[in-house]
Design a binder for this molecule. Structure first.
Ligand code: T3D
Length: 268
């Protein structure tokens, strides 16, 4: 008896854990089963102290085409009433996934190897870094099927690219090439297709060697500061510096700076 292919492939190189969405025939669009496997893989990475960076990517020619629209759980209602299935899928799977990514105890990189559409685009944009192949693209596909951006799109897009561009991307749902996504600040970097793996590994290994707690606190405080006035942001920064200054990584950072040697950060 042959076992079914995993829907999420898991590979670890040094301290970098790579999770690959693995439904290439459907451009890695999400089924409930794939959500469950991804959630378990992210939880396992979060709990493994040896993991210091996570990479999320897709198998085949796509990154992720969002929800699998052939799934009966998200079938449109036939009587014009609100379709509870879609809401349930969002509340049970997409919302926890976005919050899980945003609260990972290590940095997360989306290696966007091909098209990222609908929730697939916004899941990528939730990650700390988005590195995309030049042939990849981002599509806020929602309005094309009569929906609004979800998986954090309404929150993320105006923050990343401003309201005018957010409205254009979200309402028109056009394909945004990776190069343009980099130019408007939607993603960190667009690289040649052949270089994607090497560039992402280099970034991941670099992040894995950095003080993880400080990186994660930087993410949290950048997000939190969006809702604060300057005085509150300054106070939050002070509190965090106080906490981080008590950690081993700060001792290592200062000691190695003064001793002019390379640091070895261990906190997580
Ligand atoms: O609905 C809810 O539950 C609420 C949650 C919503 C979250 C969302 O993500 S809503 C948005 C859902 N996603 C989309 O609307 C995108 C649909 N896909 C596309 O528009 C196109 O596939 C792409 C623009 C992404 C890529 O186009 P192209 O021409 O490169 O590829 P293709 O031929 O359309 O797709 C290749 C195969 O993947 C094809 O299957 P086939 O014909 O070879 O057997 C296609 O049906 C399949 N596929 C692509 N996207 C999905 C999909 N199958 C199921 N669901 C998909 N989302």
């Amino acid at each position: 008896m042959t076992l079914p292919e995993p829907l999420v492939l898991v590979e670890t190189r040094d301290a970098v854990r790579t999770l690959t969405l693995n439904r290439p025939a459907a451009l890695n669009s999400f089924t409930t089963a794939q959500h469950v496997e991804l959630r378990a893989a992210l939880d396992a990475a979060a709990e493994d102290a040896a993991v210091r960076c996570v990479v999320l990517t897709g198998a085949g020619r796509g990154f992720c085409a969002g929800q699998d629209l052939s799934d009966p759980a998200v079938a449109p209602s036939t009587d014009g009433r609100a379709a509870g299935g879609i809401r349930q899928v969002i509340e049970e799977h997409y919302t926890p996934l976005v919050l899980r990514l945003q609260s990972m105890p290590v940095p997360v990189i989306a290696a966007v190897n091909g098209v990222a559409a609908g929730a697939g685009a916004n899941i990528a944009l939730t990650c700390d870094f988005v590195v995309a192949a030049r042939s990849a693209s981002f599509i806020q596909a929602f309005t094309k099927i009569g929906l609004v951006p979800d998986s954090g799109g309404t929150w993320l897009l105006p923050r990343l690219v401003g309201r005018a561009r957010a409205s254009g991307l979200a309402m028109l749902g056009d394909k945004l090439p990776a190069e343009e996504a980099e130019r408007i600040g939607l993603i960190w970097r667009c690289v040649d297709d052949a270089q994607l793996g090497a560039e992402v590994q280099a970034l991941a290994q670099r992040l894995a060697a950095m003080p993880t707690k400080a990186l994660v606190a930087t993410r949290a405080t950048l997000d939190a500061a969006q809702h604060m006035n300057l005085a509150d942001a300054l106070a939050a920064e002070g509190r965090l510096q106080g906490e981080l200054a008590g950690a081993a990584d700060y001792r290592e950072g200062v000691a190695t700076f003064l001793a002019k040697r390379a640091p070895r950060f261990t906190d997580r």
